[in-house]
Ligand binder design. Structure first.
Ligand SMILES: NC(=O)c1ccc[n+]([C@@H]2O[C@H](COP(=O)([O-])OP(=O)(O)OC[C@H]3O[C@@H](n4cnc5c(N)ncnc54)[C@H](O)[C@@H]3O)[C@@H](O)[C@H]2O)c1
Length: 440
């Protein structure tokens, strides 16, 4: 047999052989799902599936995560997730383990971080694929939900074909396939994940049309939105396009904020009035762009087509530069008032969540480490400061204490809790409000 990692099936041939054989699993495995990666995406998905009458075997590398889930608990903050996980575990519909087991469907939701040279690090995906390989049998569905560069689903299929030459793998076989392999990107909003997992439309990109249709059947068991079938490459690019769209539009707002600041104009008023135009909808600027999606995924397009992605690259650079600019402005404020302390409001990458990954607010605060004991940080979603901040003498405190002690205030995240502060509390202080929370 030819090396599947090198063999490409011509698409016209693939369409002629488009079929997936029915399951040969024993009845005990019908309606079972193995979810690999129990993080912000995998755990809510596992919980929603389990509460929809599907038997879920969750897998995570982390023994801590496995223990917490098996005890009916959660290790991340997400609205209503605790209730769903507890009821699923109590009902015996959700169990967690460090190793996969035979199931009808395998759903991969592991991280896909950026490498230092701005490529996708697919190690976790390939580890997950290698781990499920021994548990696959005819009729199984394998769904990749992790955000990936275009072509990754095909690489996943090639890897399975190499590991399991006994199975006919779609895209790498000459007749009907034994497996259905598809890509289905996740587009949920943290804070509303449980709701959006069910209500959002899903794009399901199959290795073949039959793969897409088989996997869509699975999603239709719990998704109320539409399940739209396409090719794997299209679905992969859909996800990257969505987040690049957001990044480019936020970059426009961030660039406007820099222009307005240089000219001493209130950017919030500019945007509010410009948006009265019937065909204009400018987004809100901020301290930069963070999180593991919008700040990362556009690079997957840039690295795949560097000559064709000038706008997407420029947007990434504008948004990264905004955080550097904010850090420099705050340093200037601290230098101009050497006896003053600075209240830093927020470290999370966006409001009302406990997620600090790629957070521009966190980067800005860490960039101020030289001013250590003059920093009073208010972050209701953190129990402690990261060592880079704690070691420099910065203090994590309540809003009252920070406002009492600080003459300078930087709004980096507009948490709901902050919005409730009466203006009398910050009146008279020198504000740098990156979110327009108090100055819009
Ligand atoms: N979090 C979001 O809002 C969001 C939204 C859309 C898409 N995504 C994408 O979904 C994917 C998962 O993101 P996340 O936020 O859930 O990540 P996460 O870091 O919260 O969780 C991933 C989990 O996978 C585990 N893990 C890693 N490799 C493993 C392996 N080989 N086997 C078993 N467990 C493994 C980790 O221990 C971790 O608990 C990423 O590609 C991300 O870009 C995330």
């Amino acid at each position: 047999m030819a090396d599947p990692l090198r063999t490409e099936v011509n698409p016209s041939e693939a369409s002629r052989i488009d079929d997936v054989r029915p399951a040969e699993l024993s009845a005990a495995y019908y309606n079972t799902v193995c979810v690999i990666g129990l993080g912000y995406i995998g755990l809510p998905t596992a919980a929603v599936l389990a509460n929809a009458g599907i038997k879920v075997h969750g897998v995570d590398h982390s023994a801590r995560v496995v223990d917490i889930v098996n005890a009916g608990g959660i290790h991340i903050e997400e609205a209503n997730l605790d209730i769903l996980v507890q009821s699923a575990v109590t009902a015996g519909a959700l169990e967690a383990s460090r190793v996969p087991k035979t199931c009808e469907t395998f759903l991969i939701a592991v991280p896909t971080p950026l490498t230092p040279d701005y490529n996708a690090d697919l190690r976790f995906v390939f580890d997950a694929v290698d781990a499920i390989g021994p548990y696959l049998s005819t009729g199984c569905k394998i769904v990749l939900e992790s955000t990936c560069p275009v072509g990754t689903t095909r690489q996943v299929a090639a890897r399975i074909a190499q590991q399991r030459p006994d199975l006919a793998v779609p895209g790498y076989c000459d007749g009907p396939a034994d497996l259905a392999i598809a890509y289905c990107p996740e587009r949920v909003l943290p804070g509303k994940i449980i709701e959006e997992l069910v209500s959002n439309d899903r794009v399901i990109g199959g290795m073949t049309p039959a793969c897409a249709e088989k996997v869509a059947e699975f999603y239709r068991r719990f998704v109320e939105g539409q399940c739209l079938c396409s090719e794997a490459g299209v679905a992969e690019m859909v996800k990257l396009s969505e987040n690049s769209f957001r990044d480019v539009n936020i970059a426009f707002a961030n660039e406007l904020s820099l222009v307005a600041e240089a000219m001493d104009i209130n950017v919030w008023e500019v945007i509010r009035l410009a948006n009265r135009h019937p065909r204009v909808a400018i987004l809100n600027p901020g301290p930069g762009v963070g999180g593991h999606c919008i700040a990362v995924d556009p690079w997957f397009l840039v690295s795949s087509a560097p000559q064709s992605t000038r706008l997407i690259r420029a947007a990434r650079e504008v948004n990264d530069h905004k955080a550097v600019h904010v850090g420099n402005r705050l340093k200037a404020m601290l230098n101009a008032a050497p006896d003053a302390r600075l209240a830093v409001l927020g470290l999370a990458f966006k409001p009302n969540i406990d997620d600090f990954r790629q957070s521009p607010a966190m980067k800005i605060a860490q960039d101020l480490a030289d001013y250590g004991d003059r920093l009073m940080i208010v972050e209701p979603f953190a129990n402690q400061l990261p060592s880079a901040l704690a070691d420099c003498g910065a203090k994590l405190c309540e809003m009252d204490e920070a406002m009492e002690a600080c003459e300078l205030v930087a709004v980096l995240v507009d948490h709901e809790l902050f919005k409730r502060i009466p203006p009398t509390v910050y009146q008279g202080k020198i504000l740098y409000d990156t979110r327009g929370m108090w100055t819009a």
